[in-house]
Write a protein that binds this ligand. Structure first.
Ligand SMILES: Nc1nc2c(ncn2[C@@H]2O[C@H](COP(=O)(O)OP(=O)(O)OP(=O)(O)O)[C@@H](O)[C@H]2O)c(=O)[nH]1
Ligand SMILES: [Mg+2]
Length: 292
């Protein structure tokens, strides 16, 4: 595979290329190309309260595994690891553990975590309920700004889903936007056991600049993430079709990204994309275990 990465992705792409032997072919793609700082930081700063500090590679163990694969800041490496298929993608048990106002209050154990971020109302809490098949687990509301704290949900007693407050809530004042930034910045930077982030994008509306900015600063912070398009069942009147919105968002990202992070198309109403996302989580957990 040859590709000159223009911007950079500290992500993982999973593809089942060898179904006969039931081996998940885990393609670990690490782009270590220099980011066009004006494009990236310029757009990110349009809604960031301040410059996002770079994350130390030692902060995330999984990330350290990515780093080992790259030898220079202007190269990308493509490594394939053969892993057994995800064995434990079922959700047998899901429980709310706690809400935290700050990182120090989060559960102290080191179980692998997957955090959901995205604009207010994009469907983060609904996705948690859909993944766990429990409509009462996370609070859902038509009104944006429902989730205000870091909420930890323990799955099968061995990993966490983390619901975070949404961004881009127009009615939120400057101080609450800054609060959100401090909140999530700290979470991404300090949380050692954060394996990956799901960046949720509403497929029922055309691409939003703020979502692309969010993807860019996740990359800038070297936070591994995948993109989860939500509400694929929800066709809004007088809006382009969801598939068209998804294509347009990918197109927008491709202007800066040589290779996009892994993408999922989901609906919390119909359960579309649920098993794919859970399979992805299971494989990442396995990789995480191997890298620690
Ligand atoms: N049609 C449809 N509606 C959805 C879907 N997911 C969420 N919604 C609706 O979107 C609204 C917002 O959902 P939430 O899950 O509360 O969104 P959130 O991202 O957690 O919002 P905040 O906590 O405010 O950041 C609710 O009315 C949900 O019923 C989906 O897949 N399809
Ligand atoms: Mg919510």
């Amino acid at each position: 595979m040859s590709c000159l990465a223009k911007s950079y992705d500290a992500g993982i792409s999973l593809s089942n290329t060898n179904s006969s032997s039931s081996i998940i072919n885990l393609s670990l793609i690490v782009f270590m190309s220099r980011i066009p700082s004006n494009a990236l930081l310029g757009s990110a700063s349009s809604y960031a309260a301040g410059p996002w500090p770079r994350v130390q590679s030692s902060t995330f163990r999984l990330r350290r595994a990515f780093r080992l694969a790259a030898s220079s800041s202007d190269m990308f490496k493509y490594i394939q690891l053969d892993l057994p298929p995800p064995l434990n993608s079922n959700v047998r048990k899901a429980e709310f553990i706690k809400s935290s106002t700050q990182i120090d209050d989060c559960p102290p154990d080191k179980l692998p975590e997957f955090a959901l971020i995205g604009r207010s109302n994009v469907g983060k809490s609904s996705l948690i309920n859909s993944l766990t098949r429990n409509d009462k687990l996370a609070k859902v509301s038509k009104e944006p700004g429902m989730t205000k704290l870091i909420n930890h949900y323990l799955i099968n007693d061995c990993w966490y889903l983390v619901d975070l407050p949404g961004y881009g809530f127009a009615k939120a004042g400057k101080s609450s936007r800054e609060e959100w930034l401090t909140f999530t910045k700290n979470f991404f930077i300090k949380r050692e056991n954060l394996v990956s982030v799901f960046l949720l994008i509403d497929s029922s509306v055309p691409p939003q600049e703020v979502d692309k900015d969010c993807a860019n600063w996740l990359a800038e912070c070297e936070v591994p993430f995948c993109i989860v398009f939500t509400k694929t069942d929800n066709r809004k009147k007088e809006m382009p079709a969801n598939a068209q919105n998804i294509r347009a968002f990918k197109q927008l990202m491709s202007e800066e990204w040589e290779e996009l992070p892994r993408c999922f198309e989901t609906s919390s109403r119909t359960g579309a994309g649920r098993s794919e996302l859970l399979g992805y989580v299971a494989s990442l957990r396995e990789l995480h275990l191997r890298s620690t």
